[in-house]
Design a protein around this ligand. Sequence first.
Ligand SMILES: Cc1cc2nc3c(=O)[nH]c(=O)nc-3n(C[C@H](O)[C@H](O)[C@H](O)COP(=O)(O)OP(=O)(O)OC[C@H]3O[C@@H](n4cnc5c(N)ncnc54)[C@H](O)[C@@H]3O)c2cc1C
Length: 309
Amino acid sequence: MTAPRPFRFVILGGGSAGWITANLFAHHWQDRDVEIHVVESPDIGIIGVGEGSTPQLKAFFDQMGIAESDWMPACDATYKIGIRFTGWSKEPGFDSYFHPFPAPLDMYSQPGFIRNAALRRAGINVPAHPDNFYLSPHLAAQRKGPYPSENFPFDLSYGYHFDAYKLGDFLRRHAATLGVKHIPVRVNQVIVNPSGDVEALLGEDGKRIEGDFFIDCSGFRAMINEKALGAKYIPFDGNLFNNRAVVMPTAPERDAAGSPAIATGAIAMEAGWRWSIPLTTRHGNGYVFRTPIWMQMLLRLNFAPHWGC
Ligand SMILES: Cc1cc2nc3c(=O)[nH]c(=O)nc-3n(C[C@H](O)[C@H](O)[C@H](O)COP(=O)(O)OP(=O)(O)OC[C@H]3O[C@@H](n4cnc5c(N)ncnc54)[C@H](O)[C@@H]3O)c2cc1C
């Protein structure tokens, strides 16, 4: 008779989704009899281009108890209090607007914005530019934030810009300190038992990775959910104007005082739009565009270079 072993979670995939999941499980169940394994192929890369977060990433680090002073320098991170959209409207006066993250102070001015926006939709010409109703656009213009001075009684909600590869590395190292086990192997097969439950993963080295609960973080490959369990992939392509992106990092940008921007830029372009993301060590740029049908067919047939990411 074999001795009972701890309950085993097996996470397939070591991108942002896999390491965030592993860290959360390991942090919250430190006092439980559980094992957490992350299985990651050494030869299938992560997407790794995500550089801007919402405030949810701050919520994640807060619940993990990881200080900004620990992770931000390791990931070239900067603060992000919102997104400035430029060139998306031809309406005079509306060429640019700032999408803020919610801040407690905005509860006083937001009802006025919502009312005026509704009136404007009904054809009444009242001021409804969001920049006039929220605090963040004004702070972002001055590159101030997200921490208020001591005598200011409101907090700001904020996220971050970061290097996605370095964040992945940081989370992998942190997970190791919490006892998460890393299995670097490509999975060739997901073994499903007759009752339809996942029983094990089969690595290309021929080893079976047994578990009690499996989490699919294998990205677009969707090895467990789609390939093994048959969940249907619902493409959204028909609703998207753009389907490709090319990334072009440039030197970091600073204002005269040496401060990086504290907002993401989303700028409308002739063939799509581009993002502009300040990190401490580089400026992240990406041009998002649409590949025409004829080019998509050539790409599928491998007759043309793959520009996208
Ligand atoms: C152009 C672009 C810009 C983006 N910008 C942002 C942004 O600003 N902010 C944001 O939040 N998000 C952004 N995203 C989205 C974000 O990058 C992705 O949602 C995220 O990186 C997906 O992470 P993931 O962990 O789910 O998958 P992935 O990063 O694809 O990781 C998949 C993992 O599964 C492993 N794997 C796969 N198959 C196997 C196998 N058979 N065996 C073993 N391991 C396997 C791989 O090795 C890898 O570790 C952007 C995406 C794109 C394309």
